[in-house]
Design a protein around this ligand. Structure first.
Ligand SMILES: Cc1cc2nc3c(=O)[nH]c(=O)nc-3n(C[C@H](O)[C@H](O)[C@H](O)COP(=O)(O)OP(=O)(O)OC[C@H]3O[C@@H](n4cnc5c(N)ncnc54)[C@H](O)[C@@H]3O)c2cc1C
Length: 529
């Protein structure tokens, strides 16, 4: 194709990719009067937030993200909730967010009633119930400091202000305790304060949603926050599917004149003399940007698309950017919800974790890191239709099985049964292992399956290149790649060494999840507020 003959377009900002961070960024920019165009390589918007009929007619499945609590708690949502609702956003509160089932028939659930949750914990350990009650009382004050850190812009002046505010409120001793906590691994923190191994496992399972296996430094904060905020606020799902946020943001952007194009892969970022001027699409079109080219892509892809930025320290940091192990999804169309052996009450929880001990989680993580299919992977069983029946025909259900963690490239099988090393061949056999585990916790579940759709890590990446090797968080959040270092030191605010080229998405601080932080922080920076 002769590139020079293609039409040349021009707007204030061109955004590569239409994940929810790009959409939040675009929504804010168009609201501030910018002209914005988004180009998405996939057939539909949303990236890791999509809902589709993946099995039988009438069943709607969240392709990837299901839990929208980070979005509902975000500053983007607090700024734009009226516009989002006006554009069709519907969120559903969940009173019973998560639970863990155990092979010995025990279970522990956290619901948004502190007395009920504390009583459940007391059945494991009276001492742990006392600790939980103390954590609950201290949560509002502690959360204020943690949210200050996690919501910070991560530049020097913002960090100085954040440190000053925390020191002023918490004092030196409180600030040092907070710093120690932020560096702790889940196991360190849980072993220090709880007695019951099952209470510890129930919380530690949240670390596995990111890449914080029990022994990874910096991971304690995630189980803490998920447990405490799950109790304080419950969980939030999208009515009809998580894509309610995507549809609403898409409408907001188009209503303000923004333009979104799907099936439009961007292959190159145009720049010269240290300044970005636009993008080259796979079909040969060049689209120029007056003020900003914003790339919601994985760091290695950014390097490929620029051909290098000219800054060796930045290019080296980006080349070293690490991805976390992958995820496999299994979507099930169900006759009914599982009959959990531990308790019928488990049918009412949004998530049931099958992550029986911290040792099992640590083993799974190490196996996945070593390229092995785990012998006993962690399973998050999402039961969205327990809360939102609109996602399935009357009386029927969907299950969302998130399998953590798995290798992107298979080198072997820790279970010693699967010989295939290609996901296209290994996927089904590994899914059988997962369904076998589910069956052991909820006998009879297999009989209730009407249809299933396996999504391997390879397929996640094929649909969305940001999910490298099925890495659902677009890059490890371990300490060396978090905070000031996400994705590279000096660039946690989305700037790059190329003028007018900005990086956004889960690879950029504050990282993965549906909280829209990277996109909204960048848009505020660009628009000046
Ligand atoms: C299986 C799974 C389950 C998850 N569960 C949850 C959950 O329950 N709750 C939660 O909060 N978070 C969850 N997450 C994480 C969360 O969904 C992601 O961190 C978040 O959605 C990332 O959003 P984003 O906008 O940064 O990027 P993405 O959603 O990854 O979007 C990036 C977009 O850019 C497009 N793109 C990339 N390269 C190009 C190119 N060259 N040209 C054009 N387009 C391009 C991609 O196709 C994609 O659409 C989950 C993720 C996965 C994968």
């Amino acid at each position: 194709m002769k590139l020079d003959n293609m039409p040349s377009l021009q707007s204030d900002a061109v955004i590569i990719g239409a994940g929810h961070n790009s959409l939040a960024c675009a929504a804010h920019l168009v609201a501030k009067g910018w002209s914005v165009e988004l180009f998405e390589q996939a057939a539909t918007l949303g990236g890791a937030v999509k809902t589709a009929g993946l099995t039988l007619p009438g069943f709607r499945h969240d392709w990837a993200a299901m839990n929208l609590s980070p979005f509902a708690g975000s500053s983007f949502f607090s700024n734009y909730n009226k516009d989002l609702i006006h554009n069709g956003l519907e969120l559903i509160p969940v009173a019973k967010p998560f639970a863990s089932a155990f092979p010995d028939g025990n279970w522990l659930g956290v619901s948004n009633n502190a007395e009920v949750t504390t009583a459940r914990i007391a059945s494991f350990s009276e001492k742990d119930a006392e600790t939980w009650a103390t954590l609950t009382t201290e949560f509002p004050a502690k959360a204020e400091h943690i949210v200050r850190v996690l919501g910070s812009r991560m530049n020097l002046s913002a960090n100085a202000l954040m440190t000053f505010n925390i020191l002023r409120k918490a004092g030196i001793s409180g600030s040092l305790s907070l710093a120690r906590f932020l560096m702790s691994s889940p196991r360190q923190w849980l072993d220090e304060i709880f007695v019951s191994e099952q209470v510890k496992a129930t919380l530690a399972a949240w670390g596995m949603h990111l890449d914080f296996a029990p022994d990874i430094a910096g991971g304690a904060v995630y189980p803490y926050l998920e447990a405490m905020s799950g109790q304080a606020f419950g969980m939030v799902l999208g009515k009809g599917g998580a894509d309610t946020i995507i549809k609403a943001m898409g409408r907001m952007i188009e209503a303000c004149g923004g333009r979104i194009e799907c099936n439009a892969p961007v292959v190159r970022i145009l720049h010269s003399g240290g300044r970005a001027s636009g993008v080259l699409l796979a079909d040969g079109r060049r689209v120029h940007a007056k003020k900003a080219v914003i790339a919601n892509v994985a760091p290695h892809a950014l390097a490929r698309m620029t051909g290098g930025t000219g800054s060796s320290s930045y290019d080296t940091a980006i080349a070293r950017f690490n991805h976390a192990p992958g995820t496999m999804m299994i979507h099930l169309a169900m006759q009914d919800l599982p009959d959990w052996k531990a308790s019928p009450e488990l049918r009412e929880f949004a998530y049931v974790h099958m992550a029986p001990s911290m040792d099992q989680m640590a083993r799974t993580y190490q196996q996945a890191r070593a390229g092995l299919l785990p012998d006993e992977p962690v399973i998050v069983c999402g039961q969205p239709t327990a809360i939102d029946p609109s996602r399935a025909p009357s009386g029927k259900h969907v299950l969302w099985l998130q399998v953590r963690m798995v290798p992107g490239d298979i080198r072997g099988d820790a279970g010693g049964e699967i010989t295939a090393t290609d996901w296209a061949e290994a996927g089904e056999a590994f899914a059988e292992r997962v369904l076998g585990i589910l069956e052991s916790y909820a006998p009879g579940t297999r009989r209730k399956i009407q249809a299933q759709r396996i999504v391997t890590p390879a397929e996640l990446e094929a649909e969305n290149p940001n999910l490298v090797g099925g890495d659902q968080i677009c890059g490890s959040h371990h300490l060396t790649q978090n905070f000031l270092f996400r994705p590279a030191r000096g660039h946690a605010d989305g700037t790059t060494p190329i003028k007018n080229l900005y990086h956004t998405g889960a690879a950029v601080w504050p990282g993965a999840g549906t909280g829209a932080g990277p996109g909204f922080l960048l848009a505020q920076k660009l628009a000046g507020n």
